[in-house]
Design a protein around this ligand. Structure first.
Ligand SMILES: Nc1ncnc2c1ncn2[C@@H]1O[C@H](COP(=O)(O)OP(=O)(O)O)[C@@H](O)[C@H]1O
Ligand SMILES: [Mg+2]
Length: 359
């Protein structure tokens, strides 16, 4: 191949993979190598099925274009990564033809859409939460008002009761009303969309406080808690009370996951300058990552889809608001909360916050 063609291909921003009439990789440009985590030496001459596996849409598209001579397209194809979250790629396969008009190869164009894809997910999620907030507000107001009346009446009943059974029933009403009131208060948080009280925050001190608080909780008995804090982490501008709420929820979830069999909760912090978060005022800022990684039982895929939905819980006494609220507050900071899990291995909840400098 002439050097110039390789230079041209490498300058193309999309990934380009040229396949011959046997379906073997002939040329591959730099972007395709990045997407596929490979090199021209590793896949040159290899059948296209060998690159991503025979069942991958990319190989099937190439074969379809080769046999039909038509262009084949597939959007949002997942490409697994060795160490990172998988990429989302749009693929177009167009045939090339010999002088008799028979397909003699395929050009695959790969466009990495991972960033747009995750931004779209964030936007959809925010809209979903906003819609939920409006419904929650309506319900919360309707429920909150009569609760006071019920509680007052039950207390009166308790005072006037002449037998212990009635008194105990009245106490039960008061207790349960208080439980509903707590739930309604949690709900109102979505509804009010309260303003953040931003202040300079030393994240490590804040995390230490959260963990000290939990150290006295019987929940912590069977778990080992480790901290891997990045010492270069600067102070950031955030709402400390909200962050305490978020991290308490995440740590508590992890400890609950470890309760039965024990294990480790690892809390890791780091600054990432590669990935920049877009803040509400349109500025691009580096992100601070706070990860809660536990070695608990993990979350099956069908459950994982729902864990951040308000009221979704698999626990008998759970409210299902922990992750939904945490996600809400992280989003209000302009950040993103992601849950990843490998069933049988554990769960990682990754909070990324924009590094708004305090000065
Ligand atoms: N670290 C974790 N390990 C395993 N499952 C988890 C973890 N964190 C959350 N979950 C799952 O997500 C669900 C929702 O969590 P959450 O919103 O905090 O509500 P709750 O804790 O009240 O159930 C939990 O019921 C549980 O099934
Ligand atoms: Mg919880």
């Amino acid at each position: 191949m002439p050097v110039d063609l390789q230079r041209v291909l490498d300058a193309v921003l999309d990934g380009v993979l040229v396949v011959d009439r046997e379906g073997r990789v002939e040329h591959v440009n730099a972007e395709a190598c990045r997407i596929l985590e490979t090199s021209p030496e590793a896949i040159g001459g290899e059948p296209i099925e060998g690159v991503l596996g025979p069942d991958h849409a990319m190989a099937k598209l190439a074969r379809a274009a080769l046999s039909s001579g038509r262009t084949a397209l597939a959007s949002d194809q997942a490409v697994e990564r060795r160490h990172e979250v998988k990429l989302v790629v749009d693929v177009a396969a167009s045939a090339t033809f010999d002088e008799r008009g028979t397909p003699d190869g395929v050009v695959l164009a790969l466009r990495d859409r991972t960033i747009q894809h995750s931004l779209q997910r964030v936007v959809t999620e925010r809209e979903r939460l906003a819609a939920f907030g409006r419904i929650a507000a309506g319900i919360a107001h309707e429920v909150k008002n009569p609760l006071g009346g019920i509680r007052g009446a039950a207390e009166l009943l308790e005072l006037r009761a002449t037998d212990s059974q009635t008194r105990e029933s009245a106490r039960l009403i008061v207790r349960e009303v208080d439980r509903i009131a707590t739930l309604v208060d949690d709900l109102m948080v979505f509804a009010r969309g309260e303003k953040l009280q931003l202040a300079p925050v030393n994240l490590h001190r804040l995390l230490d406080d959260v963990l000290d608080l939990l150290a006295h909780d019987p929940l912590s008995a069977s778990a080992r808690v480790e901290r891997h804090f990045d010492p270069s982490l600067p102070e950031l501008l955030a709402d400390p009370d909200r962050l305490v709420q978020v991290f308490l929820n995440l740590a508590r979830n992890a400890l609950q996951a470890l309760e039965a069999k024990g294990g480790t909760l690892l809390i890791r912090t780091r600054v990432s300058v590669d990935h920049r978060l877009l803040t509400e005022d349109g500025a691009r800022v580096p992100e601070v990552l706070v990860e809660f990684e536990d070695t608990g039982p993990g979350i099956p895929a069908d459950v994982l889809e729902n864990v951040s939905t308000p009221f979704f819980t698999t626990r008998a006494r759970g409210t299902g608001l922990g992750l939904a609220l945490s996600k809400h507050w992280v989003a209000r900071h302009g950040g993103v909360l992601r849950v990843e899990s490998v069933p049988g291995k554990g769960t990682t909840v990754r909070v990324s916050l924009p590094l708004r400098r305090t000065e």
